[in-house]
Design a protein around this ligand. Structure first.
Ligand SMILES: Nc1ncnc2c1ncn2[C@@H]1O[C@H](COP(=O)(O)OP(=O)(O)OP(=O)(O)O)[C@@H](O)[C@H]1O
Length: 559
């Protein structure tokens, strides 16, 4: 039993020891559990910290990546900038290269200019040494210019006097004669058909025969010769006919004038002779140029002319010359004012060719001022003229209004006298001189006699022709009376009032003026008698001396 007891005691002791051990193990376990809790807390804390750190790292990583991207973008932009800069540098380098070339050239130029400047300076130095001498010479030259200007003005007065003396010596009525060329219309085409054809008019193939053409043209021409090849003053007309006894009879008529123009003469050649006269009106004279002759003889062609410069007639040429002379005289102190009028005398009635409307219904009266010698016509348009172009416009306006009617002799025959008048007033601002002249350019109506014009059967044409003949014979009477007066019959009455034409031109026909008659002749054989009548009339005019032309001067400032 004891052993049992000992064993129980031992077991109890073991049990106690084991309970003790168990308690110790429980305490240890508790401690270890607490330790485990602490460790797992620590682990959790570590995990959380680690997770936070991981997050932080990832954030940092993303930030870094963003920064890297931004840096890459910046790098790309920087590279672009760099590229551009490189390009700029390249172009700047090339500009620099050019600039340096230019610089080299400019430096060379500057050197050359410097050399020139030195040379100039040397010349200026030399010049300034002569300066005094030069200014003295300049003074002398200035004085000489003043003297020369004075001499020029005096020379101009002398020229005017001499020019007018020459005109006077030539006679104050002068006559030119101009024969117009044969025109294609003078010999109709039918006339060129040979007379050997069956009907006496046609070639076998119906074309004109050139030889026949020449022969018939020669036949159509009057026999006119110009024997005076030196001075061109003579014209001889001849005709052959059969006398009553069957013998050939040759008649010859010789006339001489101041100048005879052959058919091939140009407008410029005719104007060369007229120009001197036209110039007189700027010197204060009344100048009158008439074109006289039968219808179709070339009066309008001579006075007005054709549309080209070469064919321009006396009116446009004279007007251009007056303007040109006036401009030249401006340097000598002359200031000119010009005005123009263009009238037509038709059936003894005055028409204003510059008036309004188709036909002028106003009644115009001619007035002469005995004090100024000025002629005016009431109610007509007097146009101030400043340029030759204005005159040309005025002439074409007038031309379109001229009364034209058909006659046998010229389809657009002018049946009226046209009178273009240019009045010129001059004043010399340096010498105080003043003058007033006029230029009348008259295209007379056809001078043919009644039976020739075919007018006898037509009442209106008959009246026209009678009026034309009346005024042309009145012109002849005035010229004849002026001639008698010029020969000493001082009390001789001059019948200016017998026609509108002579009354209008009274002051331009009297002894105070210069008159030129251009006799126009047709070259046709069947106009021979008419040509002879015209030549006789012109000879009567040519033999007339009507005294000395007087210059119209007035006090400066007078109207
Ligand atoms: N010198 C010339 N050169 C060339 N053609 C001319 C010449 N003279 C006149 N003519 C021409 O002759 C024709 C008749 O001339 P113009 O009309 O000048 O005659 P006119 O005498 O004025 O006649 P009218 O009395 O009918 O006015 C016109 O066709 C004109 O062009």
């Amino acid at each position: 039993m004891d052993s049992e007891r000992a064993k129980v005691a031992e077991l109890q002791a073991n049990q106690a020891a084991m309970a003790h051990q168990l308690a110790a193990a429980k305490t240890q376990e508790l401690a270890q559990r607490q330790e485990l809790d602490t460790v797992s807390d620590e682990i959790n804390q570590l995990r959380r910290r680690h997770a936070r750190e991981l997050e932080d790292r990832e954030d940092a990583m993303r930030k870094k990546e963003r920064e890297v991207r931004e840096l890459k973008e910046e790098l790309r932009m920087a590279q672009d900038d760099l590229e551009r800069e490189r390009e700029t540098v390249k172009s700047l380098k090339s500009t620099l290269a050019h600039q340096s070339d230019a610089h080299v050239a400019l430096s060379a130029q500057i050197s050359a200019f410097q050399a020139q400047q030195l040379a100039m300076q040397a010349r200026i130095d030399a010049g300034s040494r002569n300066g005094l001498e030069l200014s003295m010479e300049l003074d002398t030259a200035r004085k000489r210019i003043v003297e020369l200007e004075k001499e020029t003005r005096e020379g101009e007065s002398v020229r005017r006097k001499l020019h007018n003396m020459v005109q006077e010596l030539k006679g104050n009525i002068r006559v030119f004669c101009r024969v117009r060329p044969l025109l294609p219309s003078d010999v109709p085409p039918r006339a060129f058909m040979t007379s050997t054809s069956s009907d006496g008019m046609m070639t076998p193939d119906g074309t004109p025969d050139p030889e026949e053409e020449d022969r018939q043209r020669e036949e159509a021409k009057a026999q006119i010769v110009f024997p005076d090849k030196m001075d061109h003053k003579e014209i001889v007309l001849s005709s052959s006919s059969e006398s009553a006894t069957g013998q050939e009879r040759k008649d010859e008529w010789m006339f001489s004038f101041d100048r005879v123009f052959e058919p091939q003469s140009t407008q410029a050649e005719v104007f060369e002779e007229v120009s001197q006269l036209a110039q007189s009106c700027t010197d204060g004279y009344n100048v009158c140029v008439f074109a006289y002759g039968q219808t179709g003889s070339g009066k309008s062609f001579t006075m007005e002319g054709g549309p080209t410069d070469a064919t321009a007639g006396m009116i446009p040429r004279a007007v251009e010359q007056v303007f040109r002379v006036a401009e030249e005289l401006r340097t000598k102190g002359w200031e000119y004012k010009m005005e123009g009028q263009f009238l037509e005398i038709y059936n003894e009635t005055i028409n204003d060719l510059l008036g309004k409307g188709e036909f002028d219904k106003k009644k115009h009266e001619i007035k002469h001022d005995p004090k100024t010698g000025r002629t005016t016509v009431t109610d007509v348009n007097v146009v101030p003229l400043a340029t030759p172009a204005q005159v040309r416009t005025l002439l074409s306006l007038a031309q379109s209004r001229r009364t034209v009617a058909a006659t046998l002799m010229n389809e657009r025959s002018s049946r009226s006298h046209s009178v273009f008048s240019l009045r010129i007033r001059g004043q010399n601002t340096l010498t105080g001189e003043a003058c007033e002249g006029s230029l009348n350019l008259v295209d007379l109506a056809g001078s043919e006699r009644l039976e020739k014009s075919g007018a006898a059967g037509d009442k209106d044409r008959l009246r026209e022709t009678q009026n034309i003949n009346k005024s042309l014979s009145a012109l002849g009477d005035v010229v004849a009376a002026l001639g008698e007066k010029g020969e000493g019959k001082n009390d001789k009455h001059i019948p200016y009032r017998n026609s509108k034409l002579t009354y209008l031109l009274q002051n331009s026909l009297s002894g105070n003026s210069k008159t030129l008659m251009v006799l126009n002749l047709s070259p046709l054989a069947n106009h021979l008698n008419e040509s002879l009548c015209s030549l006789r009339f012109a000879t009567k005019v040519n033999n007339t001396t009507i005294g000395t032309a007087k210059k119209q001067t007035r006090n400066a400032g007078a109207a």
